[in-house]
Design a protein around this ligand. Structure first.
Ligand SMILES: Nc1ncnc2c1ncn2[C@@H]1O[C@H](COP(=O)(O)OP(=O)(O)OP(=O)(O)O)[C@@H](O)[C@H]1O
Length: 364
């Protein structure tokens, strides 16, 4: 089973419906530069994209792939959006060499719409400058907020062609509505759903992710991150001025917390407190209280001066009084030296791939 799961679930196959060949012809004839693939969960998006990419490579195209399927990434690392350039034919997205990443910090885009759109846009632009055609893989999140997300991605990247895979059951209507709503922004093409697609339940999807996390963090080591050298983003912690002893005492007295560290921003406070007392009644727009435990094994990203993600880390131990973080990362000294920023994610995960939980966006 492990052998099967170490590769991505989508692999190259020629056993695809006829309309995929028609699609390749359209891309070739129209010289489409940006093509986005949309469909519901397990509808065959990645399998279709892999087929189309290989056909185009066979025709001599230099193909870039933007993998924005954050829940089931083919191009590592997980929880980012990645740009890869195919060096030649490939059977599996994980063979495509990554050239740039954008940090999302979690495996579901629902609370990170803005980051997802910005990331896809930036990597598509980069891909356009490096390849003849950019193929964009997306998540199967297409209803509710997912509907808006897909629309926004299309508005931002202006694909020459957007490929939809026919939905099944109630998803059929979602796909039709989405297609209608963007038909003034992009050319659209509706593909049949392959009879070969197979569904993966949440436990199987988690298991596939577990293997990928483990692969990414293999051979990692703990490094000391000095916060006086790196900017912190993705959280209201570590910014503003430190609390005065009086403020700390007052907050502790009012709320009955043990405050480990805290900062005063323009108008709001952020504190790290020991233990979760379960109290949620305080006004979070005034004070953001972070449980120390929720920082353990939190995913972080190392960001370079261009705002792109160099790689990931797992926060192992915040040494608050020293202004330092101990972070497990596979990045080399040379790569870490390019980081200007450390960004906080919203998933807790171990280096063996065990997902300990997602955090709400406003929790940090
Ligand atoms: N033409 C095909 N022949 C054989 N298997 C297929 C075919 N199309 C899809 N599958 C299988 O169906 C499953 C789902 O396909 P795929 O991973 O491409 O879907 P997806 O829409 O990209 O999924 P996700 O929602 O995770 O992004 C995979 O196991 C894949 O191998």
């Amino acid at each position: 089973m492990e052998g099967e799961i170490t590769s991505n679930k989508a692999v190259y196959t020629r056993n695809v419906p006829e309309d995929r060949l028609q699609l390749v012809e359209i891309i070739d004839k129209s010289r489409a530069k940006v093509v986005m693939f949309i469909g519901d969960v397990d509808s065959g998006k990645t399998t279709t994209l892999t087929f189309v990419a290989n056909e185009l490579i066979g025709k001599g195209y230099r193909v870039a792939i933007v993998d924005s399927d954050v829940g089931q990434k083919g191009i590592l690392p997980p929880a980012t959006i990645s740009l890869g350039i195919a060096g030649g034919r490939f059977s599996n997205l994980n063979e495509v060499a990554p050239v740039a990443h954008y940090f999302i910090g979690t495996t579901t885009p629902s609370q990170h719409t803005a980051e997802t759109v910005v990331g896809v846009k930036r990597l598509v632009e980069l891909g356009k400058s490096m390849a003849d055609v950019v193929l964009i893989d997306t998540t199967g999140f297409i209803s509710g907020r997912g509907f808006d997300l897909k629309r926004l991605k299309i508005e931002a990247t202006e694909p020459d062609l957007t490929v939809f895979i026919k939905g099944k059951g109630e998803r059929e209507g979602d796909i039709r509505r989405l297609m209608d709503s963007v038909s003034n922004l992009t050319n659209t093409f509706l593909l049949q759903r392959s009879g070969e697609v197979r569904r993966y339940d949440p436990a199987e999807r988690r298991e596939i992710r577990r293997v990928k996390w483990r692969k990414y963090f293999e051979g990692s080591r703990t490094v000391e991150v000095d916060l006086s050298h790196l900017r912190v983003s993705g959280t209201s912690m570590f910014s503003g001025r430190p609390l005065t002893p009086e403020e700390r005492e007052l907050i502790e007295r009012i709320h009955g917390w043990v405050v480990l560290d805290g900062w005063k921003g323009k108008e709001e406070y952020a504190v790290i407190k020991a233990g979760d007392d379960g109290k949620r009644y305080y006004n979070r727009s005034v004070i953001k209280a972070v449980d120390f435990e929720s920082l353990s094994n939190l995913l972080v990203g190392f960001i370079d001066g261009r705002g792109l993600c160099l790689g990931l880390g797992i926060l192992k131990w915040p040494r608050l009084s020293e202004g330092k973080l101990e972070v497990l990362t596979p990045l080399s000294e040379g790569e870490l030296a390019k980081a200007t920023e450390i960004r906080f994610g919203r998933i807790r995960v171990t280096e063996t791939g065990e997902e300990l939980g997602l955090l709400m966006r406003d929790e940090l």
